[in-house]
Design a protein around this ligand. Structure first.
Ligand code: XMP
Length: 518
């Protein structure tokens, strides 16, 4: 979108390809990941990359029909870096040889030993003759292609770092993109420097270009945006609002499953600070009546997802001249949807989203964040004037408190849950822990337990506190609160919230647990 230097990452299906893009964005370098199937000669000519990285992948280049890029990759006279499988592909295509891994696999940490040759790729790398890297390979290069030299070796990878300086081709057997390769970013930075990248990718530039593009695309038509109050939809709305002002209408579907004061706060912030046209769809009773008596987690999710679309449509169809639907899709979602194998993964929980809406309503999608990672979206949000406290909020699931109320949902339980959750979050903020934690919340359990308060017997609900650390929500660890914090929180909660008399702390990691209880 911006007029910047572009780097192409050809994906051969490694689990960590996304991290290459992450590391490069941290270096202010614009890159895109494309699966190898899509990278044709025509694609390469149109993309106009100034450098290419070939990712790792699960295939074996020794197999027939193993994935390969077009030969043109090596004929464009631009720097190419092969990583793991990418190295093996490069060697196999340029006249080297790869052996099937029998007893020579390396998984996990490995130590590289420097040879006596120097290369700009390794500037600032070896402070001693050794460097730790992370390997994950079965096959290995057994003969390097003509013109290549060796710059480092490991026990099972005699060609751990190789280069052909004349042709600006570089290849490594390990993964520089993962954190377990401590100097990996330096290597990627060196590669980009060799390729002449100046680090011209900035959020400020992105914002200007995105605004120009939205104006051009939308013209004088209207845009509808489903605002959930989460970071992604909020930044999307504010960015589009900056571009086209009154031509944007946001619909905030209030399903009655939000946290204490949440709906009012979101509405107020967008109306007061941005003077945004915002419809507050108050449909709490509709959702509540349809969820009445439902206990099964998937049924609850499906009901909420279906109603959400229905309600959204009901309000959106009254917006005259609406031709576009704005969505806060991020780059990781884009990459996921074009995943290497394309195979469906097992449904652990059906996610609540507005998929299918644009087709149903005959609207064109507009997704101004689809080139950004989450931290870039946060940065953009701050630049656009959204309060830091808002931008840094913990994620909150679309189905809201419904999935924090296992079993049947009642208004009584939701009220208790809201109050308990507010106390928990207040405690976390007071102790200065909010930003260390990925997500924290309370779940109200579908059991009552016996307690004693004053001299009287109580028979009230039990709650579970959940607080986790995570990078992306895919895996998580429970947060190790001090016992004194937990004791203080439990006391406050039982004193301040009517209806609960027992507090537990959930110490399950993900996997095997999930973050939410349903
Ligand atoms: P789980 O419970 O699957 O959650 O470990 C991982 C992350 O996703 C959030 N989550 C959702 N977010 N719609 C969303 O927008 C959903 O249906 C949904 N379900 C779970 C969850 O809060 C956590 O951050």
């Amino acid at each position: 979108m911006q007029n910047h230097q572009r780097l192409l990452i050809i994906d051969f299906g490694s689990q960590v390809t996304q991290l290459i893009a992450r590391r490069l964005r941290e270096l202010s370098i614009y890159c895109e990941i494309h699966p190898f199937q899509n990278v044709t000669e025509k694609f390469l000519q149109e993309f106009k990359a100034e450098a290419i990285i070939l990712s790792g992948g699960p295939s074996s280049i020794t197999d027939e029909n193993s994935p390969k890029p077009p030969n043109l990759v090596f004929e464009l006279d631009i720097p190419v870096l092969g990583i793991c499988y990418g190295q093996q592909v490069m060697m196999a295509m340029l006249g080297g040889h790869v052996d099937k891994g029998v007893g020579t696999a390396e998984f996990g940490r490995a130590i590289l030993h420097k040879t006596d040759r120097e290369t700009p790729l390794l500037e600032g790398w070896f402070s001693t003759n050794q460097e730790q890297v992370w390997m994950s390979h079965g096959d290995h290069v057994s003969k390097i292609a003509p013109g290549f030299e060796v710059f480092a070796t490991s026990q099972n990878a005699p060609f751990a770092i190789i280069a052909n300086h004349e042709r600006k081709l570089y290849a490594v057997q390990f993964h520089p993109e993962v954190h377990h390769t401590p100097k990996g970013s330096t290597l990627l930075e060196n590669f980009c420097r060799i390729a002449g990248f100046s680090g011209d990718w900035t959020i400020k530039g992105y914002r200007e270009q995105a605004i120009a593009k939205i104006r051009e695309e939308v013209g004088d038509k209207q845009v509808i945006c489903g605002l959930s109050g989460g970071v992604d939809s909020s930044v999307t709305a504010v960015l589009i609002h900056e571009a086209i002002g009154e031509q944007l209408t946001c619909v905030f579907v209030d399903h009655g499953l939000l946290r204490k004061n949440e709906a009012q706060e979101v509405i107020k912030m967008f109306r007061d600070n941005y003077n945004m046209s915002l419809i507050h769809a108050e449909e709490q009773e509709l959702f509540f009546s349809k969820l009445d008596g439902q206990k099964d987690p998937e049924t609850k999710r499906k009901i909420i997802g279906g109603l959400f679309i229905e309600v959204f449509q009901k309000y959106a169809k009254n917006i005259k001249d609406a031709k576009f639907l704005a969505q806060g899709t991020l780059y990781p979602d884009v990459i996921e949807s074009i995943s290497f194998d394309g195979g469906p993964s097992v449904t652990i929980k059906s996610h609540h989203n507005v998929g299918g809406l644009p087709e149903k309503m005959g609207l064109k999608l507009i997704e101004p964040l689809r080139e950004l990672f989450k931290d870039e979206v946060r940065q953009l949000g701050v630049d656009l004037g959204l309060p830091k406290s808002f931008i840094g909020r913990h994620p909150f699931p679309g189905p809201g408190l419904a999935i924090r109320c296992p079993g049947e949902i009642t208004k009584e339980k939701l009220n208790i849950l809201r109050e308990a959750d507010a106390v928990f979050i207040d405690q976390i903020k007071k102790h200065g822990l909010y930003d260390e934690i990925w997500q924290a919340f309370v779940t109200i359990l579908p059991v009552r337990t016996v307690g004693v308060m004053g001299d009287a017997r109580t028979y009230d609900y039990a709650c579970a506190l959940r607080a986790v650390t995570s990078v992306d929500g895919m895996t998580a660890d429970y947060y190790p609160f001090e016992h004194s914090f937990l004791a203080e929180t439990a006391t406050r909660m039982i004193n301040e919230v009517t209806g609960i008399n027992r507090i537990t702390y959930d110490i399950t990691s993900k996997p095997p647990g999930t973050i939410e209880w349903e």
